[in-house]
Design a protein around this ligand. Structure first.
Ligand code: 5GP
Ligand code: MN
Length: 356
């Protein structure tokens, strides 16, 4: 965001406005933390602020301050459409392609309101008037902190805003351990704790809120549903819809499972495939320079970051796995060049070869 843009948006926000904040499909900690952090900031400035999510999100995020005012487009489209139609400015947080907000994207796309993207994902689309975009930022919450600072309002960062921003920084950095975590991240975290963020309590609310079903599903994934292809430096999980049912699946129950595959020594590429609502949702994670954003964009209609991305597949779960395994051969150099005994044992090599 250049100095002129900062000036322009400051001017725009100098009088009470109707503000809409939207975030991506299946919101995570950073999506909700950034949306509600900005909500709590702009509400203090006397704007009429409405946060809209395309669909629901995990219940371990419901405690975030301001959550009770969030409108879920998938259940309250009428209310959401009214807010978008009345908006003077729409903030798009933690995403940068209108596809990422599904049907809500049509409403935002046709709105005459000024649009501001605040985001850290790769390859942003050009649909906004203002953009605070930095792929080096550890989270959108870090950028919301920067935005409030650019507006000259750091003194307005109170306990509610701090709790929201702390949550998104914590969840998007894997509790401050991913390479995206910088000295700046820690400095912001220190400031947020100074301003009232309940750091230890936030960890409890997010990570110690498991149901028995969720833990048993994780155990089942680890014991029964993990495939390790050492020769490709790759490990992945698959889950079918009936398995989700068996464990009374609730939104968020499989979040983070993919990281267990990445935690295996020698594994550089991890994937998670889950059958949900008639499609296969994919999650990709990597260590080092294997770029899962490019992989997902090219093969699974998705995107994200270099080391964490998502996507989808409209063929069956079995076909998706055959496709995935076939693709690995083309990434031998980045992954591992040898053929895989593990694949042969599972009969995947043959099927994969046939498809190629
Ligand atoms: P997750 O695997 O946790 O769903 O997502 C990992 C990262 O990829 C997140 O930053 C998320 O916003 C992004 N992402 C997930 N699914 C998609 C998708 O279908 N398209 C794009 N462009 N990004 C995605
Ligand atoms: Mn994020």
């Amino acid at each position: 965001m250049n100095a002129n843009q900062v000036k322009e948006i400051k001017e725009l926000l100098s009088k009470p406005k109707n503000v809409v904040i939207v975030t991506h499909w299946s919101p995570d900690g950073d999506a909700m933390g950034s949306s509600l952090g900005l909500y709590n900031y702009l509400s203090q400035k006397k704007h009429k602020v409405t946060v809209i999510t395309p669909n629901d999100y995990p219940s371990f995020l419901y405690w975030l301050p301001g959550n009770k005012n969030v409108i879920n487009f998938s259940t309250k489209a009428k209310e959401a459409k009214v807010a978008v139609a009345k908006a003077h400015i729409i903030f798009c947080l933690d995403f940068n392609s209108l596809k990422r907000i599904d049907a809500l994207g049509d409403e935002v796309g046709k709105s005459k309101a000024k649009k501001c993207i605040i985001d850290h994902h790769l390859q942003p689309e050009d649909f906004a008037d203002f953009m605070l975009h930095d792929i080096k930022a550890c989270s959108t919450c870090e950028l919301i902190h920067d935005f409030i600072e650019l507006m000259g309002d750091k003194k307005l960062i109170n306990k509610n805003i701090s709790n929201c921003l702390y949550t998104g920084i914590m969840t998007d950095t894997g509790s401050f351990r991913f390479p995206s975590t910088t000295p700046k991240t820690h400095r912001i975290i220190a400031e947020l704790i100074d301003a009232g963020a309940e750091n230890s309590e936030i960890h409890n609310r997010i990570y110690d809120d498991n149901t028995e079903d969720k833990l048993r599903l994780l155990g089942y994934c680890l014991a029964e549903k993990l495939t390790v292809l050492k020769e490709y430096g790759t490990a992945f999980f698959t889950l079918q819809e009936d398995e989700l049912k068996r464990f009374n699946y609730k939104k968020g129950d499989t979040e983070g499972v993919v990281n267990y595959a990445l935690s295996i020594a020698g594994i550089r590429f991890a994937a998670f495939f889950v059958e949900r609502d008639g499609i296969i949702k994919t999650s990709f994670r990597s260590k080092g320079d294997f770029n899962v954003n490019l992989f997902s964009r090219k093969h699974f209609s998705g995107g994200g970051h270099a080391n964490a991305a998502g996507g989808m597949s409209e063929i069956s779960l079995d076909e998706t796995i055959i496709k995935f395994v076939s693709l690995l051969a083309g990434y031998k150099k980045e992954l591992h060049p040898a053929t895989s005994p593990a694949l042969k044992k599972k009969g995947i090599t043959k099927a994969a070869k046939k498809k190629v």
